[in-house]
Ligand binder design. Structure first.
Ligand SMILES: [Fe+2]
Length: 295
């Protein structure tokens, strides 16, 4: 495929109001998260998400990429609700990875993440990273979501997955594919507080630095962020929640459009953030262009 278009969204936190669940299932860390959801339920809204999805649909991307937190409390009913929502979307390809809310407590695979296998391609947590090929573009989906103690939202990739990421990137480098890394937690310090950070980020940084990546995408922060990874030219891009009701710049509901065009010996990459402003219109910001040569 000469031209490949990705729509990146994150942290949609589908509404809890629309599902029935046993109150007993809140007798754990979920209870605190339930209280915090009650406090911020109006700051995330499904009707906003619907507007964002409509805008993405008009752009007809080749792939919708979701970097986690589709749920609030990781309830089985929420996984089913998200699966129904994913089924209803009009996109030809959808990839997703889990966020910390999707692994809030230890759940049984068959009653939770198994509902998302058609879009995650994962049959167990040991399957990560998941590599999905689209012509000369490879999506490297990393799972950084782990259950944590109350008031913490840390991420961890783990020794075994880090090892698999290293080998996967080495293979993709040999194949000269365009590598898009996607994970829920930002892989650098200074973006979120320590209690929300990726604990083994330095180990991942070493691997990405050595083996190379072309774009790094993340969510978790509910903020649109455009940065470079360490001292490299690799774009490291975060996106606000697609359900956000905020009118604050960078926290407004948004999606990022990434267009990758393969040329003779290099790639042209365009990135645009479309944010929903308080008038209900989309404004375009943070565009950039890179010219990436095959190494
Ligand atoms: Fe998160």
């Amino acid at each position: 495929m000469k031209r490949f278009t990705i729509a990146h969204i994150s942290d949609i936190h589908l509404p809890l109001e629309s599902i029935q669940f046993p109150k007993l299932s809140l007798m754990n860390k979920r209870f605190l998260s339930f209280l915090s959801w009650k406090k911020r339920r109006f700051s995330l809204q499904k009707k906003i998400l619907d507007i964002v999805i409509q805008d993405i649909t008009k752009a007809s991307p080749n792939l919708l990429l979701i970097s986690g937190d589709l749920t609030n409390l990781a309830l089985p009913e929420e996984f089913k609700q998200a699966a129904e929502w994913l089924h209803s979307l009009p996109f030809q390809n959808i990839n997703l990875i889990p966020g910390n809310h999707d692994t809030l407590i230890k759940t049984q695979w068959h009653n939770s993440h198994a509902f998302w296998t058609p879009w995650s391609q994962a049959y167990s947590f040991d399957d990560y990273p998941i590599i999905t090929h689209y012509g000369s573009v490879a999506i490297v989906g990393i799972n950084s979501a782990i259950p944590t103690i109350p008031f913490f939202a840390n991420g961890q990739i783990g020794k075994n997955q880090l090892e698999r990421i290293k080998y996967a990137l080495q293979k993709l480098k040999q194949e000269k594919l365009f590598k898009i890394i996607v994970l829920h937690h930002p892989p650098m310090s200074g973006i979120v507080s320590e209690r929300k950070a990726l604990t083994d980020r330095v180990k991942l940084q070493k691997i990405l630095y050595k083996e190379g990546a072309d774009i790094i995408l993340f969510g978790h922060v509910h903020k649109t962020i455009t940065k470079k990874f360490m001292d490299t030219n690799i774009p490291m891009l975060g996106i606000a929640s697609a359900s956000s009701n905020s009118s604050r710049p960078n926290y407004q509901a948004a999606w990022r459009k990434i267009v990758i065009e393969k040329q003779e010996d290099h790639y042209h990459v365009y990135s645009t953030v479309r944010s929903l402003n308080k008038n209900g219109d989309f404004s375009q910001t943070h565009s950039f262009y890179i010219n990436h040569y095959f190494q």
